[in-house]
Design a protein around this ligand. Structure first.
Ligand SMILES: NC(=O)c1ccc[n+]([C@@H]2O[C@H](COP(=O)([O-])OP(=O)(O)OC[C@H]3O[C@@H](n4cnc5c(N)ncnc54)[C@H](OP(=O)(O)O)[C@@H]3O)[C@@H](O)[C@H]2O)c1
Length: 337
């Protein structure tokens, strides 16, 4: 049976707080004049929290930002333009819990011939219990893991993230927003994989960390498959550290009150938490590199299970098999990249 590092949300939050005191070796590497001019950046989940701050900061630094939301589209676009002082922000609809929405979103980008330089898979949920999606998956598994596989694969398959330009000075980057709480989660349990199994708050917290371990294992495998010998597309993972965001909004009332206080008093603002992600997206330090992991501004290793080649290969095969099972439109997908 799978398990995550934590099953107590208060302990998980306090562990995140302690992380703030660890040395942040790259904290002075992001400069005020580091800019994204001429680059198109996709960020999922930009109506609140880290995604909103990232979209604003990247637009402010000259990026053409394509942000996604499943609600508050017009309001988010208006606020982000005002907040960043840039008109180069466009919000598109994407609900990652719905497979058709992922296809429609990517088809829309393809129709508009978008070329993505940076793709940040940020959207995520922490749910207090299991909830079934229309395709029969657990919602947190779908949104935090499988939807990212689908989105990345479709973006690559349709040439929206361009490959084959190894000589280019600036190669595309894909960044997965994860959590350092993935460290210490169990091996991937393939008896459970993709099955809807009801759970409550404790297992929900554990699953959050465990699904991030699955995500990081996929990122590592994707990085290996895309980059044979030299780097074509940089695939990286980052934990933004503890962020005062909306992530606990579905927690039961009393727990939300306790966690809300912890978040308000000791967690960092989304604006501050966004900076290491901006650094990873923009810095020449990452040019020609792939499969790096940053915990805030500190470069480190992910859980050792993430790097086991057999784990990555098995996850890859099982993920695409599951996708084919649940999606009529998966037929034409090219899973080799
Ligand atoms: N907060 C932390 O301390 C912390 C720590 C480590 C990692 N992270 C990670 O940081 C990322 C951003 O989270 P956050 O803390 O900024 O939380 P947040 O404020 O709740 O933002 C999450 C974003 O994801 C979107 N989202 C949720 N379900 C979606 C779906 N089905 N389809 C499309 N978008 C969906 C949300 O949209 P709605 O508003 O419509 O739900 C929102 O825009 C997540 O991947 C999270 O796991 C957070």
């Amino acid at each position: 049976m799978s398990h995550g590092r934590f099953d107590n949300p208060v302990v998980a939050s306090l562990a995140g707080f302690l992380d703030l005191f660890r040395k942040q070796e790259f904290s002075d590497r992001l400069k005020d004049d580091d800019r994204f001019d001429g680059r198109t950046c996709l960020i999922t989940g930009v109506n609140s929290g880290l995604g909103y701050a990232l979209a604003g900061e990247m637009a402010r630094r000259g990026a053409r930002v394509i942000g996604t939301c499943r609600r508050l589209l017009d309001e988010t676009e208006k606020n982000l333009k005002a907040h960043s002082g840039s008109d180069n922000v466009e919000i598109r609809f994407l609900d990652l819990s719905k497979i058709d929405s992922i296809h429609d979103f990517v088809d829309g980008l393809a129709k508009d011939k978008i070329n993505l330089d940076v793709s940040i898979m940020n959207a995520g949920v922490a749910l207090p219990g299991a909830r079934k999606t229309a395709s029969g998956q657990d919602e947190m598994f779908q949104v935090n893991y499988l939807a990212n596989v689908m989105l990345c694969t479709l973006l690559l398959n349709k040439g929206l993230i361009r490959r084959g330009n190894k000589a280019s000075v600036v190669r595309p980057r894909i960044i997965f927003i994860s959590s350092d709480s993935h460290q210490g989660s169990s091996y991937i349990d393939y008896e459970e994989f993709g099955r809807f199994i009801p759970y409550g708050v404790k297992k929900g917290i554990a699953n959050y960390s465990y699904f991030k371990l699955i995500l990081n294992t996929y990122a590592t495998e994707l990085s290996g498959r895309l980059n044979d010998g030299s780097v074509d597309v940089g695939v990286h993972v980052i934990c933004p550290g503890p962020v005062h965001s909306n992530i606990i909004r579905e927690a039961p009332f009393v727990l939300r009150a306790i966690l809300g206080t912890i978040f308000r008093v000791i967690f960092r603002s989304p604006g501050k938490a966004a900076l290491p992600v901006v650094y990873m997206a923009i810095s020449p330090d990452y040019e020609g590199r792939t499969n790096e992991y940053q915990h805030m501004f500190k470069r480190k290793k992910m859980d050792e299970k993430v790097y086991i080649p057999e784990e990555g290969k098995k996850l890859w095969e099982r993920s695409y098999a599951l996708w084919r099972e649940i999606d009529d439109r998966a037929g034409a997908l090219d899973e080799t990249r």
